[in-house]
Design a protein around this ligand. Structure first.
Ligand code: IMP
Length: 176
């Protein structure tokens, strides 16, 4: 059982269940985007591991790039979303798929969607590995969802607690 910053975490979704879900998502996405010019934009830092696995599960030619936003401080959302940096690919007229690790309040994703829409893509959809429906404050249309989870703090598989825990293979939850 991992301990991070003196807090105990326990396994919540193990690596086998994650891999299975990622493959399922990849299969559906590949079917939906067949024949389309797919630009995957993964949101750093948390989604790096999910993006690496999901992109390999999408059996199509695609471009994968990364952007960075920051809204989360320690264990709760700061409610302040900074602007993204790092989009070097042309999004205009292309089918954009945003890859996110977790959607909590939805503030970050709302902001990102607003910014991406301004770039005039042909379409924009969102894939998130995790969604906390009871924490959601925004009216978001999320096409691909891995797991809906309760409103508890999780780490692992890219998700961090103050920088630590990203390298855990399982998604772990703070013990109650
Ligand atoms: P939102 O803007 O509240 O939806 O927060 C989205 C961002 O907060 C995600 O991209 C994560 O980086 C971070 N986040 C939300 N919930 C958790 C969690 O339980 N563990 C770790 N990071 C989280």
């Amino acid at each position: 059982m991992p301990t991070i910053h003196q807090k105990n975490f326990e396994t919540f979704i193990d690596s086998v269940a994650i891999a299975q879900k990622v493959n399922e998502l990849g299969t559906v996405i590949a079917k939906d985007y067949k024949g389309k010019d797919l630009l995957c934009i993964a949101i750093l830092n948390g989604s790096y591991m999910f993006a690496a696995d999901l992109s390999r599960a999408i059996n199509l030619p695609l471009e994968l790039t990364f952007i960075k936003y920051n809204s989360y401080r320690s264990m709760e959302s700061s409610g302040v979303v900074e602007k993204f940096i790092g989009l070097t690919s042309e999004a205009k007229g292309r089918h954009v798929l945003l890859i996110e690790d977790i959607i909590d309040t939805g503030l970050t994703m709302t902001e990102i969607l607003n910014d991406i829409q301004q770039l005039q893509p042909a379409s924009v959809e969102v894939v998130t590995l995790l969604l906390k429906p009871s924490a959601l404050q925004e009216d978001l249309d999320i096409k691909y969802i891995g797991f809906e989870i309760e409103n508890r703090f999780v780490v692992g598989y890219g998700l961090d607690f103050d920088g630590y825990g990203r390298n855990l293979k399982d998604i772990c939850v703070l013990q109650q």
